[in-house]
Design a protein around this ligand. Sequence first.
Ligand code: DOR
Ligand code: ZN
Length: 354
Amino acid sequence: MLKLPGLIDPHVHVREPGATHKEDWDTVTQAALAGGVTTLLAMPNTKPPIFDEATLTLALDAAKTKARCDYAQFVGAGPDNADIVASLAPQAAGLKMYLDSTFGELRLDDMTLWTPHFQAFPKSAPMVMHSESRTMAAAILFSAVYDHPVHIAHVSLKEEILLIKAAKEKGIKVTCEVCPHHLFLSKDDIPAISHGHPGRGEVRPRLATQADVDSLWTNLEVVDCFATDHAPHTLEEKDSDNPPPGFPGLETMLPLLLKAVDDGRLTLDDVVQRLHTNPKRIFNLPEQPDTWVEVDESAMYEIKASEQFTRCGWTPFEGWKGRGKVRKVVLRGKTAFEDGKILVEKGYGRNVRG
Ligand code: DOR
Ligand code: ZN
C-alpha cells in the first residue's frame, strides 16, 4: 500500500452557482476525494461569475453546506473590479484572469484592463492566468514589469513551456501547471475520444500536436504543478451543435500519473512534488493535519465513467488502463473515502481561507 499526502488540485470548475446539472459542490468534492484530492481550488467562471463580495458569498455559502473536502474559491478579474477583488484577496484562493477566449463571460481582451489588477492585487496572493501562446508571453512580461508573481494555467504548447523555462532562468516569478489531458492526449487522439461526436474532443487549451506533448515531458522540471482543469459538461451538451469545451479529470489524474510512474516516465517523487509540495507553497495553503491517501499501487484497472462520482457522466479516458486504486482517504483525522464509498457528510469540507 502506497501512502501519499492529501493531493491538491489548484484548478477545478465546480459549476455551482449556476450549472448544477453539470456538477455541484457535493458531487465535485466526492469526485475529488475518490481521486485522492483533499483540497481543491475552484475557478470563478460560474453563473454568475465570482467577481465581487456578493458573488463570492454566493459560492462560499454553497460550498460551506455541501463540500466534503477542503477548498478555496478564486475571484475573477473583470474590466472594473480591481480594487474590489484586491480587497477580497484574503478570503479567496487567488485572482483568475481570463486573457483568452474560453467558457463563460470573464474575459479581458484589452491589455489596459490588466494593469489595474497587476497594480492592486496583493503581491503575496496568487494570480493565475488563462493565457495561451503569445498572450502568455504578454502575461509574463506584465509579471516582470509589475514585479508580481504569476501562475500560468494549463500549459500545453512547446513554445509556452520553453518561454516559461527561459523566464524562470531570468528570475521572473512565474510558475505553471500542466493538465493530465495535455500530457496523455494529442490532437491525433480526438477521433478516438469523439465516438463520432466531435464536441467531446473540445477543450481549452485545445489538444496539441505530439511534438507539443513530447516537449511537456522533456521539460517536466519546468512544470511546478499538475492540475486537472476538471471542467464537467454533460454528454448531451458535449454532443450538441454548440459543444462547450472541457474534460472532467478529478478521478482519472492519479491513475494516469501512477501508470506513467510504472512506465518509467516520471518518479513518484515527481508526482508528490507537483500534486502536494509545490501547489501548497505557490497557493499558500495550510497544512492539513492527520491527512493522507492510501493507494493500492498494484491495482490495474479500466477507467469507466460509470464508476465515477462526477455528475457529468463521461470521461475522455474511457477504457484506458489506470494504475493504483485509491483505497482510503483520511482528511483531518476522519476517514473520508474508503473502498469506493464516501464516508464524510456534506459540509465536512473547510474553506482553507476561512
Ligand atoms: O476547456 C475548458 N473548459 N477550458 C477552460 O478554460 C474553461 C473550462 C470550462 O469552464 O468549461
Ligand atoms: Zn479551467
